[in-house]
Ligand binder design. Structure first.
Ligand code: ZN
Ligand code: ZN
Length: 361
C-alpha cells in the first residue's frame, strides 16, 4: 500500500472522531503515514492537505522520503509558527493525546488564541488502529526481523557458558544482531539468570550465570523500521525438576494459545486461552503480565492481548504470544514467539520454541 492510500484511510476515519483535521507527532505514526524516518516533524492532515512541518535539518530528507507532502519549514518554538502552519483551517483539530506534552499543548493553544474558530481535540489510537493490520510488505520486513532474532537466539544457545556474566552474554548477542542485519536494537536485550529471571523486565547485570539455572533471554531485531520480539529460556548444564516442570507448563500454554487464537477473538479471550493452562497447573498468580502485544514499527503496539482488552483480532495482525511463570527466589521461564492471523487463525511467524531445540544446551 502506498503512503497515499494510508493517508486516504486516515482521512476516512476523521469524521467518526469528529475532527476536521489532525496533527500527527508520534514518531512511528508519522513514519507510517509519510515514510519519513527522521526524528522531528509534525504532520498536519486535512481532507485536502498533507503538510510536513519540520526544521532545516530535515527538509532535504522530507523531499526524498515524503514526496506526497507539502513542506512547512519551522524555526524556534511552536508558538511562533503553529498558527501559520494551520493557514485558513477552522473547526475541530485533533492532536495525539498520548504523545503531545502539556507544554506542547499550551504552546499550540497560545498560538491559536486569536483564532476562535480552531478547537484542539485530544484523539487516541487513530493511526495505531490502522497500523495494527499489516500489509504484505510490512509482514515481509517483520518476518525478516524475526529470522534474525531467531538466529540470535540460536547463537546465544551455542555460546552460553556457566561463569559468563549476564552483561557479557547480552553484548555478544547485540553484536551478533547488528552484524547480521539488525538496524540497531528495538529495545535493550534482557539476559536474566537464576533469581534475576523472576523479574520479567530485569536488566543484564554483572551476575555470573550458574549451571542448571534458568536464563531468560528476550531480544529483538529491526529491519526497514520493523521490529521482532522473541524470548527463550535456556538452562546451561542440567536443569532441576522445577525447571522441567515450569518449562513444560509455559510451553504447553504457548502452544495451546497458538492453536486456539483465531480471527474475531478479543485480546482478553486470546489471553485467557493461555492463562487457563497456567492457572490449572496451579501457577495463575505467577503469570502476572499480559499474554502478548502487537509488533510492527514499534516493538509494542496494538493489539493488546491481555485482561480487559477489547481489541478484536483481524486478519493481518501480528502479535507476540509470551506466557511466563515467575517464582521469586528461584527464577522464571518465559517463551515468546510471534504470530500472525492468516486464513482465520494464528500462524507462527517465528517457529515456536517447540520446533527449535532451544531447551537445553
Ligand atoms: Zn520480548
Ligand atoms: Zn514482547
Amino acid at each position: 500500500m502506498s503512503f497515499k492510500e494510508r493517508l486516504q484511510r486516515l482521512r476516512q476515519a476523521l469524521p467518526e472522531r469528529e475532527v476536521g483535521g489532525i496533527l500527527i507527532s508520534q514518531p512511528e505514526n508519522r513514519r507510517y503515514l509519510s515514510g519519513f524516518d527522521g526524528s522531528a516533524g509534525i504532520l498536519f492532515i486535512t481532507p485536502d492537505r498533507a503538510v510536513m512541518a519540520t526544521d532545516f535539518r530535515y527538509v532535504e530528507q522530507v523531499k526524498l522520503q515524503s514526496p506526497d507532502y507539502e513542506i512547512f519549514r519551522t524555526a524556534g518554538d511552536m508558538v511562533h509558527w503553529f498558527g501559520e502552519l494551520l493557514g485558513g483551517f477552522s473547526g475541530r483539530l485533533g492532536f495525539e493525546a498520548g504523545h503531545v506534552t502539556v507544554a506542547g499543548l499550551r504552546q499550540m493553544g497560545e498560538a491559536v488564541k486569536g483564532q476562535n474558530a480552531v478547537g484542539l481535540m485530544p484523539v487516541e489510537g487513530l493511526v495505531e488502529k490502522l497500523r495494527a493490520v499489516k500489509e504484505p510488505g510490512e509482514i515481509e520486513h517483520i518476518a525478516g526481523a524475526a529470522r534474525i532474532a531467531l538466529s540470535a537466539q540460536e547463537y546465544a544457545r551455542d555460546i552460553i557458558r556457566p561463569g559468563m556474566t549476564e552483561k557479557e552474554l547480552a553484548w555478544q548477542i547485540e553484536k551478533f544482531l547488528r552484524e547480521n542485519g539488525s538496524q540497531g536494537m528495538p529495545f535493550d536485550i534482557i539476559v536474566a539468570s537464576g533469581p534475576n529471571s523472576a523479574l520479567p523486565h530485569a536488566r543484564p547485570s554483572e551476575r555470573r550465570i550458574g549451571a542448571g539455572e534458568p536464563v531468560v533471554i528476550d531480544l529483538g531485531a529491526r529491519v526497514e523500521g520493523y521490529c521482532s520480539d522473541l524470548t527463550r529460556t535456556l538452562c546451561p548444564g542440567s536443569p532441576d525438576d522445577t525447571f522441567n516442570r515450569i518449562y513444560d507448563i509455559v510451553l504447553g500454554a504457548q502452544l495451546t494459545a497458538l492453536a486456539i487464537i483465531s480471527e474475531g477473538m478479543t485480546g482478553e479471550q486470546a489471553d485467557a486461552s493461555a492463562r487457563a493452562v497456567i492457572t490449572e497447573a496451579g501457577y495463575g498468580e505467577a503469570f502476572g503480565h499480559a499474554l502478548g502485544h502487537g509488533v510492527g514499527l514499534a516493538a509494542h503496539e496494538m493489539p493488546r492481548l491481555g485482561a480487559g482488552s477489547g481489541d478484536r483480532l483481524e486478519g493481518g495482525m501480528v502479535f507476540t504470544i509470551e506466557p511466563g511463570i515467575y517464582l521469586p527466589g528461584w527464577g522464571g521461564v518465559r517463551i515468546e514467539d510471534m504470530a500472525i492471523i492468516e486464513g482465520g487463525r494464528a500462524v507462527s511467524l517465528s517457529k515456536s520454541a517447540a520446533g527449535s531445540e532451544v531447551r537445553y544446551r
